[in-house]
Design a protein around this ligand. Structure first.
Ligand code: PMP
Length: 426
């Protein structure tokens, strides 16, 4: 589904109980305190949302409140503070279940982020179910977090990593995928949306084809969770992972979803407190999911902050804000193509709001540095996607990435900043 094709009417504009859902970008901006600050004496124009999103005040408050009013550990206490923390922690899991569209809260594990969730699956499921001669399929647009753990697994067990290319528009080459998917494929790991090109992968189709071959599918939703409606049951995937900090939440927490029958196939990854059934000198039995995968004290404050972030999402008229974001993306592309020498990487039909670009032969770090002096925050580099960079024949790019709180003024500031870059370097 393209951002612009999400039917705005599909979801009611009311959150229930008379609560109006919100979508006015100008109003929403005032929820993000960082947007009030200046950078080098200029208004902050934050266009680095693919790296991490800004946090609304309600998320900051949830984290502060945990530390100021009840900084107790979860699950083990009989005292009031611990019980309150446990209730709030469990409530956050239920909110995450709703956000992802999972059937049961026990199918949602709090990991530390996308990277740690993928490593958990690679170590736990991967070591138990992938062996010599098996194949793992990834696409060439994967972030290193969805590439390196599979390469390490393949090296550990003697499996082969195969890579699906993109077509000339930057979309996943489904024909090549079908050819690379064989009876030896045990696992397919794919980004729902690329952090460089914005390309949205046809995940349901990828899952359907993989399941027909008996392969499991992990979906890296780090870039889709903040930009697309997520429904893990509709996607049909075996795992869906995302990072709290990219979807308005704090750092240090992420989600790992898997249907219970898949989680049941997974031995523990880390051992420690909280993940056990019984422990004796002779041996240990393990808890069921999700506890089996949450050894040790979890990042409680971050989990509660993520719960508040999901509350925030639930207060938005998401079809409308996503539609506005798609319109902003179209405006940005139109304006950027007027900048002489600017080339956008990737034009897939279905994209989230990430634009990677080059400007003549000006080094992307120079672009980023000059823009910073104008208050415009973008990213420059290989974006943790070196295989993709090589595939595109590029060393690095500049990248502007948008969120629902960005406006046309932000795009105009970017374009004006780029004119200054050209005056300095071109
Ligand atoms: N996958 C994708 C597509 C990403 O964009 C990122 C972050 N840039 C990651 C994985 C890794 O996320 P984290 O650093 O939060 O673990």
């Amino acid at each position: 589904m393209t951002l612009s094709s999400i039917p705005a009417q599909a979801v009611s504009r009311s959150a229930g109980a008379g609560l109006e859902l919100r979508s006015d970008a100008t109003q929403l901006r005032s929820d993000f305190p960082v947007l009030a600050r200046e950078v080098h004496g200029r208004r902050l124009v934050y266009l680095d949302n693919a790296a991490t999103s800004l946090k609304p005040q309600s998320v900051i408050d949830a984290v502060t409140e945990y530390y100021s009013e009840g900084s107790a550990n979860v699950h083990r206490g009989v005292h009031l503070l611990s019980q309150e923390a446990t209730t709030a922690y469990d409530a956050a899991r239920e909110k995450a279940r709703g956000f992802l569209g999972a059937a049961q809260a026990s199918e949602v594990i709090f990991a530390h982020g996308t990277t740690s969730a993928i490593n958990l699956v690679a170590r736990s499921w991967g070591d138990a179910h992938v062996g010599a001669g098996d194949e793992i399929l990834v696409t060439v647009m994967e972030h290193h977090s969805n590439f390196v753990p599979w390469q390490m697994l393949a090296q550990r067990v003697g499996a082969t990593l195969r890579v699906v290319p993109l077509d000339p528009t930057g979309a996943v080459d489904l024909g090549a995928y079908v050819r690379l998917l064989t009876a030896r494929t045990r696992l397919v790991a794919v980004s729902h949306a690329s952090n460089v090109l914005g390309t949205v992968a046809p995940v349901s189709e990828i899952v359907r084809l993989a399941h027909a071959k008996g392969a499991r599918v992990l979906v890296d939703g780090a870039q889709s969770a903040p930009h697309l409606p997520i429904d893990v049951r509709q996607l049909g995937c075996d795992w869906f992972v995302c990072s709290g900090h990219k979807m308005l939440g704090p750092t240090g927490v992420g989600l790992l979803y898997g249907p219970l029958e898949v989680l049941d196939e997974m031995p523990p990854y880390e051992g420690g407190g909280g993940m056990i059934g019984q422990v004796s000198l002779e041996g240990t039995s393990y808890a069921t999911a999700p506890s089996r995968f949450e050894a040790g004290t979890p990042p409680i404050a971050s989990v509660l902050g993520l719960g508040a972030a999901i509350d925030y999402w639930n207060g938005l008229d998401r079809p409308t804000v996503f539609e506005q974001e798609a319109n902003l993306m179209a405006y940005a592309e139109e304006r950027l193509t007027t900048v002489p020498g600017l080339r956008i990487a990737g034009h897939a039909a279905q994209r989230v709001s990430v634009i990677a670009f080059t400007l003549g032969d000006i080094h992307p770090h120079d672009i980023g540095t000059v823009l910073d002096t104008e208050g415009v925050a973008i990213r420059a580099g290989h974006h943790c996607a070196q295989p993709l960079m090589r595939f595109l024949g590029l060393q690095s790019t500049a990248r502007a990435s948008f969120s629902f709180y960005n406006t046309r003024d932000d795009v105009d500031a970017l374009v004006m900043g780029l004119a200054r870059v050209r005056r300095m370097f071109a």
